[in-house]
Design a protein around this ligand. Structure first.
Ligand code: GDP
Ligand code: IMO
Ligand code: MG
Length: 430
């Protein structure tokens, strides 16, 4: 039975949460393998809206075991707020498993995220301010605090003391801020221990055993390909590997066990935060798509920057992630447009680029080369079969499919769980 990795193809908010939820009743495990509560997934079930940040979207499917993998950074306050919020709405969260090796986001890293952005001024990244970057930096710097450290007070105290020995110097000498106190940090972290204990496990071992037993496992990325710290638009990226390779390191599932890679591709493009964006719209069409698509950040409420669909990015996502199937979302947001421009290549200083320019400066200067496709003046939200779509909408999907190197197996035609066309099974076969 398959292990599937699900990633975002663009700059996030493609509808990964909805895609995971759609597959929910066919899955046994859903593993979040990167990022933390910088993510925001909106899932709509029977008209009810759920906004998830830290918990894997699989938590909404009653038979799925949701797993927070070792590659995730966990804000414990947010974790329990989210668990309490779901429990209050009747969702059972007791199946949740959390890797003992996941890192925790300590209060000083939330502070550092915010003051660093302020310090950068016009060079800021536009982070979510959740402490993600500084926590991953500590992990690489080997001064991070892991979930398992909370179960040994003396180890925890040693680790917090060592981390603050460095971090407080940065806070006070560079940013002119008061440092954090070891006792306060330790006390806050220990306050979660009793609630945390039942969830904590050797998740890599549990997943390996589950795969041996033929269970279906989906590894769900936070963020997306162009926000990946290695393969994205560095430095305007997040601080983890959001591409399919991150699913292995962030969960302990080896590459030899992964069968399929699904990338979620929004029918247009959005971006939150700073950084280059070749097809960005600064006209009425950007405002129009933002409004019909409700393109405001689930995490920070910021209006998302909007642009036309960019197939250079789609092809890049296919190549970097080894995509076997795409899920195209929000096709319905084009309902009523006369025509739809699609970026097929870039022009950089008079030279055509069919692939992502390797050089950051070239990407900043990339001008989109568009092909314009006819739109459809029809509401497609009720379509459930590909053949039900107007001819122009079918042509649009096929035009994109031919240029991104993998089949488009799922087409989203509305926010609800039911508003979807499944052309092929992403779990394998047709
Ligand atoms: P994620 O971070 O990738 O999980 O995506 P978000 O939840 O941040 O943003 C995607 C938004 O699009 C959510 O509000 C979804 O409810 C919505 N959505 C997903 N698929 C579709 C679709 O096919 N059509 C429409 N109209 N909305 C969709
Ligand atoms: P989902 O999972 C869109 C962006 C931030 C910022 C950059 C770095 O919902 O698709 P960070 O706080 O991670 O250090 O910020 O990454 N960003 C996202 N943009 N969707 C997300 O998650 C994002 N998570 C981070 O806006 O530009
Ligand atoms: Mg999101």
């Amino acid at each position: 039975m398959p292990v599937i990795v699900l990633v975002g193809a663009q700059w996030g908010d493609e509808g990964k949460g909805k895609a995971t939820d759609l597959l929910g009743d066919r899955l046994d495990y859903v593993v979040k393998f990167n990022g933390g509560n910088n993510a925001g997934h909106t899932v709509v079930i029977d008209g009810e809206k759920y906004a998830l940040h830290l918990l894997p979207s699989g938590i909404l499917s009653p038979n799925v075991v949701p797993v927070i993998g070792n590659g995730v950074v966990v804000d414990l306050n947010v974790l329990f707020q989210e668990i309490d919020g779901l429990e209050a709405r009747g969702i059972d969260t007791s199946r949740l498993r959390i890797s003992a090796n996941a890192h925790v986001i300590a209060s000083y890293n939330r502070t550092l995220d915010k003051v660093t952005e302020r310090f950068l001024g016009s060079r800021r990244i536009g982070t979510t301010g959740r402490g993600i970057g500084p926590t991953y930096a500590d992990k690489m710097n080997r001064i991070g605090i892991r979930v398992q450290d909370l179960f040994d007070e003396s180890i925890l105290r040693q680790k917090v003391t060592a981390a603050l020995g460095f971090k407080n110097q940065v806070l006070s000498k560079i940013y002119n801020r008061t440092g954090a106190k070891v006792d306060d940090v330790v006390r806050e972290l220990l306050s979660y221990v009793d609630r945390l204990r039942p969830y904590v496990a050797d998740t890599a071992l549990e997943l390996s055993e589950a795969i041996d037993a033929g269970k279906v496992v989906l590894c769900e990325a936070g963020q997306a390909t162009l926000l990946d710290v290695d393969h994205g638009t560095y430095p305007f990226v997040t601080s983890s590997n959001a591409t399919s390779g991150g699913a292995c390191t962030g969960s302990g599932i080896p590459p030899t066990r992964i069968d399929r890679v699904v990338a979620v591709l929004k029918a247009f493009t959005s971006r939150v935060g700073e950084g280059p964006f070749p097809t960005e719209l600064h006209d009425k069409w950007g405002d129009y798509l933002r409004e019909v698509g409700h393109e405001y950040g689930t995490t920070t409420g910021r209006p998302r920057r909007i642009g036309w669909l960019d197939l250079v990015i789609g092809r890049y996502a296919q190549r970097i992630n080894g995509v076997t199937d795409f899920a195209m979302t929000k096709l319905d947001n084009y309902d009523g447009l006369d025509e739809i421009p699609v970026c097929v290549a870039y022009e950089v200083n008079g030279v055509r680029h069919d692939e992502m320019p390797v050089n950051q400066t070239d990407f900043h200067h990339a001008k989109p080369i568009f092909e314009t496709l006819p739109g459809w003046k029809q509401d497609i939200t009720g379509c459930r079969k590909f053949e039900d779509l107007p001819r122009e909408a079918q042509d649009f999907v096929e035009f994109v499919e031919q240029r991104i190197g993998a089949r488009i197996s799922i087409v989203g035609v509305g926010p609800g769980r039911e508003a979807v066309i499944e052309r092929h099974s992403v779990l394998g076969g047709n």
